[in-house]
Design a protein around this ligand. Structure first.
Ligand code: AGP
Length: 607
């Protein structure tokens, strides 16, 4: 997820663009750049690092330009370098493009461009500038529309041309773009926050629309060149709220981001034809993958629960043993690994020192080491010989939510990809992947329980202890739910496999020790039903996560939170959602600092 800003009007553009980037830094901050149309010149400055690095480079720059675009990057394709920073130029350096999104077919397009064009970056975005260059014959909007006709994927786009000093072209497909209306001046941004200091009158582009923004107005058409009448909205938000897109906290925004970012995790990686997944970053041939005889998943905290889900999936689909190690234990237990062991390091930040130290130990012992990471160019990403980015976008709340579901999605794709090299049939692979494509919709359905969960939290926030129960792949989901609750509400909570409760923890239960049970329709439904009855017999209240349509659960649960049915192996992607919302609303009830809980850091870079 990146941030785009643009300005066209009668004021100096540069300070407006820099201030706008600062408002969008939450969308990505590994590099930034600005392009200004000035006289008959197109000037550009880019830098690695935060916005202030760019501002420092531009300090003292006098620019009379009143037209420009700027971009703050969250790398998805291509490392964190100045060359990969936006805006990108065409060969003649007369067209500048700032892009937010993922161009799925950029490799195919790149191969058609390279003979004639000089591509300078490793990004998917740069191909857009050369496509526009190919189609530019004086009309910039038509050139952009013609270029986008070749593109598969998502984009929010801002384009300027050196010879068009009164025009910005913007386009949208899957990545937001907003136009702020001033007096003979207009503001472009990925969301309203950069423009609220100037105007609250905005119009939101919709998918498939492209607009010409000039000092005299905005003309919007579809990519098929049909005029579109856009309504103007009045934004009620203040700056801070706008960065959270109207949500009270980043955590809630990121919970609700999950349908969209899950699509980014699976986009271009599913092959329904072959019933398999293609995660190219694994950098192993099929034969090398077949020769692997053990998989070790290393991670910490939430990432380790994603790893546990991966273990269940790999062992169900691939006939090789899989171990999960919390990184801080792995490096001190003298693990048995060799050159046929595949070690995955799973990390949102890619900077967790325990995980980093563990992969260095694994490499020392000759293992094949790969990363499943969110932050492009992070240390773990750079110290593994390949792997897969989870494309969750910047996760700013300390409590991890969207990164967790995207890690799980990537692990499930790997399990299918490996499984199809072994015993998984095309039909089974196709069935799982077809359902995977439905998961974003099913997460949206699970999110509709938000108000019901808030009401439950209002009644249940005074308890001091919670037990979370799950069986099979829902046991790591229970672990994640317990972690979410304890880390943001500070309520003591722990998770157990449903069948394990009778071996001790059941002694804890009473009317003041509620239980959250994941009790969805699957092969272990009857077993979990018995566990819940054991809980009820001790007088403990039960909050059940249940499958829509289950007409028995009300007999054994005090509260029911509904989730849609899905493939058993995909259940964690849906069943985790209500537990995230439960933890969030409990923390709100208790007045906690949800985005910055006490004692915690977003990335634990100490041992
Ligand atoms: C998750 O909500 C916590 N913030 C924490 O457990 C986190 O998952 C853990 O520190 C690992 O971080 P990483 O994914 O960045 O490596």
């Amino acid at each position: 997820m990146c941030g785009i800003v643009g300005y066209i009007g009668n004021k100096q553009a540069l300070p407006i663009l820099l201030q706008g980037l600062r408002r969008l830094e939450y969308r990505g901050y590994d590099s930034a750049g600005v392009a200004l149309v000035e006289g008959n010149q197109l000037r550009r400055e880019r830098s690695v690092g935060r916005i202030e690095e760019l501002a420092a480079k531009l300090k003292g720059t006098e620019s009379a330009s009143t037209l420009g675009i700027a971009h703050t990057r969250w790398a998805t394709h291509g490392g964190v370098t100045e060359e990969n920073a936006h805006p990108h130029f065409d060969c003649k350096e007369v067209i500048a493009v700032a892009h937010n999104g993922i161009i799925e077919n950029y490799k195919e397009i790149r191969s058609t461009l390279v003979p004639k064009h000089t591509l300078r970056s490793q990004t998917d975005s740069e191909i857009l500038t050369h496509l526009i260059e190919e189609h530019y014959h004086g009309n910039l909007r038509k050139a952009v529309a013609a270029a986008l006709a070749h593109v598969r994927g998502t984009y929010g786009l801002a384009v300027v041309h050196r010879d068009q000093p009164d025009l910005i072209i913007v386009a949208r497909m899957g990545s937001p773009l907003v136009i702020g209306m001033g007096d003979a001046e207009y503001y472009i941004a990925s969301d309203p926050s950069p423009m609220l200091a100037h105007t609250k009158r905005v119009t939101f582009l919709d998918d498939g629309e492209i607009a010409e923004v000039t000092r005299s107005g905005v003309h919007t058409v579809t990519l098929m060149d049909e005029d579109v009448n856009k309504c103007i909205s009045e934004i009620e938000w203040d700056d801070a709220t706008a960065q959270k897109q109207g949500y009270e906290h980043f955590m809630l925004k990121e919970i609700f981001d999950q349908p969209a970012v899950l699509k980014d995790a699976i986009r271009g990686r599913i092959d329904l034809e072959e019933g398999t997944a293609h995660l190219g970053g694994i950098n192993l041939t099929d034969d090398q993958m077949r020769s692997i005889d053990r998989i070790v998943l290393i991670a910490c905290g939430t990432a380790s629960y994603a790893a546990m889900i991966g273990k269940y999936a790999f062992e169900r689909l691939v006939d090789i043993p899989v171990e999960v190690d919390v990184a801080s234990e792995f490096r001190y237990r003298d693990p048995v690994i060799n050159e046929r062991t595949l070690v995955f390091a799973i990390s949102q930040s890619g900077e967790t020192l325990d995980t980093l130290a563990a992969i260095r130990e694994a490499r020392r012992k000759g293992a094949i080491v790969r990363g499943i990471v969110n932050v492009v160019g992070s240390t773990i990403a750079r110290e593994t010989e390949g792997g897969t980015y989870i494309h969750a976008g910047p996760e700013l709340a300390v409590a991890s939510t969207k990164a967790f579901t995207n890690m799980v999605a990537v692990l499930l794709l790997y399990a299918v990809q490996f499984g199809r090299l072994k015993r998984v049939t095309p039909t089974t692979g196709r069935r799982i992947l077809t359902e995977m494509l439905e998961i974003p919709k099913k997460i949206s359905i699970a999110l509709e329980q938000n108000d019901a969960i808030r009401q439950i939290a209002q009644q249940y926030s005074n308890y001091s202890n919670y037990l979370f129960l799950g069986r099979g792949m829902n046991y790591p989901v229970a672990m994640e739910g317990a972690l979410k609750l304890k880390e943001i509400s500070y309520i003591h909570s722990e998770a157990y496999p449903g069948g394990e409760m009778k071996h001790g923890p059941i002694a804890l239960l009473s009317s003041t020790f509620p239980v959250v049970a994941i009790h969805t329709k699957n092969a272990l439904y009857d077993k979990m039903e018995s566990n819940i009855e054991e809980v009820r017999a001790r007088g403990a209240k039960v909050i059940a996560i249940a499958t829509q349509g289950d007409d028995r659960v009300h007999e054994i649960a005090d509260e029911v939170i509904w989730v849609p049915a899905t493939e058993a192996i995909l259940e964690p992607l849906v069943n985790t959602i209500p537990l995230q919302l439960f933890a969030y609303h409990m923390a709100i009830q208790l007045g906690r600092d949800v985005d910055r809980p006490r004692n915690l850091a977003k990335s634990v870079t100490v041992e």
